[in-house]
Design a protein around this ligand. Structure first.
Ligand code: SF4
Length: 212
């Protein structure tokens, strides 16, 4: 028996409306959680926004909302979901910094496994992060690309990590890392591929969360 095209069309339109409605609910919950710092139905928000990542960004663009809001919601909701576990991890804690934070005059050598080895020369904020990380017992990795994260996780099996990147990269890498360890994300204050910036105090505050 052949299913008439008219019925198939109605089913398709019904599913599309249902998906848009579900994304809208997840988006509103995410925006509320993000603005009010009060997380509602985090697992629903995370799973729907990751599942319908592209359509959710399209909806934002249609309504004139910056589409990186989806990434900001994904990062901040996951941060809130994992913060209690993050505070309890006492060892094997790491920080992943993007290599674009380095000074253009940086002379650090790039190791093929662990990335750049900072000499704490004072030319960029990475040196300050390295000094604070030593105090709070975090290992810093300055990574040239996502493949280094996989290599480091495989070789060192960290239990928790603070990742620094732009929001879209954080949203993607936190989703990839969260099955293996507790993650926290901090967004760059100036992004791009070169001479980027981060709020060092925000990283230090995050490390201090583990010592309270
Ligand atoms: S502080 Fe470290 S990363 Fe920054 S420029 Fe100096 S050696 Fe390079």
């Amino acid at each position: 028996m052949q299913i008439p095209y008219e019925i198939l069309g109605k089913v398709f339109v019904g599913l599309a409306f249902f998906a848009i409605f579900t994304i809208g609910i997840a988006l509103l919950l995410g925006i509320y959680s993000f603005k009010k710092k009060r997380i509602l139905f985090p697992n629903f928000v995370l799973s729907i926004l990751y599942l319908f990542y592209g359509p959710a960004k399209w909806i934002c663009r249609v309504f004139g909302i910056k589409d990186t809001l989806i990434d900001e919601i994904l990062v901040e909701v996951r941060n809130a979901v994992m913060i209690d576990k993050f505070r309890k991890v006492e060892d094997e804690r790491v920080i992943f910094l993007p290599q674009c934070l380095r000074s253009p005059k940086c002379k650090a050598r790039c190791d093929p496994i662990i990335g750049y080895e900072c000499k704490i020369c004072g030319l960029c904020d990475i040196g300050n992060v390295c000094e604070a990380a030593e105090k709070y017992n975090f290992q810093v990795y300055i990574i040239p690309g996502g493949s280094f994260v996989k290599k480091i996780i495989k070789a060192h099996r960290p239990k928790s990590c603070i990742g620094v990147a732009c929001y879209p990269e954080l949203a993607e890498s936190m989703q990839g890392c969260s099955p293996f360890m507790v993650v926290q994300g901090i967004s760059l204050t100036r992004d791009g591929c070169f001479d980027t910036r981060v709020d060092v105090n925000e990283i230090i505050s995050k490390m201090e969360e583990c010592n309270v």
